[in-house]
Design a protein around this ligand. Sequence first.
Ligand code: ZN
Length: 356
Amino acid sequence: MQGVAPGGIDCDLHPALPGTAALMPYLDPYWREQITVRGIDGLDLASFPPKIPANGRADWRPQHGKPGADFERLRHDALDGFGLRAAICNPLYGVQAVYNRHFATALATAMNDWMVAEWLDRDPRLRASVVIAPQDPAAAAAEIERRAADPRFVQVLLLAMGEAPLGRQEYWPIYAAATRHRMPIGVHAGSTARHATTGNGWPSYYLEDYVAHAQAFQAQLLNLIHEGVFAKFPDLRVVLIESGFTWVPNFMWRANKTWRGVRAEVPWVDRPPADLIREHVRFTLQPADAPPDPADLARAIDQIGSDDVLLFSTDYPHWQFDGTDAYPAGFPAALRQRVAVDNPLATYPRLRETLA
Ligand code: ZN
């Protein structure tokens, strides 16, 4: 096994919520009763069916329960197994897909309380993203404010496919709060199923849904740039998590070419989109959509035109890479330390300060 560079930071780790019942201690009596009498459970996102192979590497999958739900296993397999200095937890549960915005907000708060009590307090290496319900942007901003007092929350978590494109002004209170507290916005793969997961409607197979995520990330990136989010929030960083990254050079070329022709439409985009991406956007490493020839992977990274944009991730316990090597085959040796240590520290100021 090829380990992560010394002092490595995992920017995408997935503790799993066993089920809605695990949130009961963190909900008020009204929602506890609602969950009980209505029999609400199983809010897992359809993007991540717990039993598909990709949702748990075979040797990380417990005999019972969901991969990632057991703290001791996560500590053994991921924190100790990869020799990590720190890891950012991104809990995926269908909070963002709930239609009742008040319930969604209550669930988000409970998820964050659960994260503190059952994960962060048990290992000093763990950090977390703030779970919010973007269905109610004002309440989401308030949740960011509440968590900002705890330096172990280092990022705000959103999904790649939601109600509306993420650049829309209705979401700007979220970006204002995140920027105020120097938290990047982490956009993780996943759909709330508000809309079809492809531009042509619903696909027939999970496989299509999975592959189509790259299109969703591209659409969000275009929207964030052209709605003017980076002009309004010059300090904002966006981390695309589980987006892949070898599509980025081609995307940059198309975005730049079209911007040159019709930028009069969006005068607040005062630089080529590729420059904005290099400055504001980061990409986690796994799953690496790497070509089979290692030389091609190095070329794709070179074409992005920056050594700053990739962040090491294991995506534990998800099964995204062949074998047990922490880096994709052929990943340039010269970049290993940079993506595992330097880039995460530069991207997450709150993480940097708590490790200092
Ligand atoms: Zn992930």
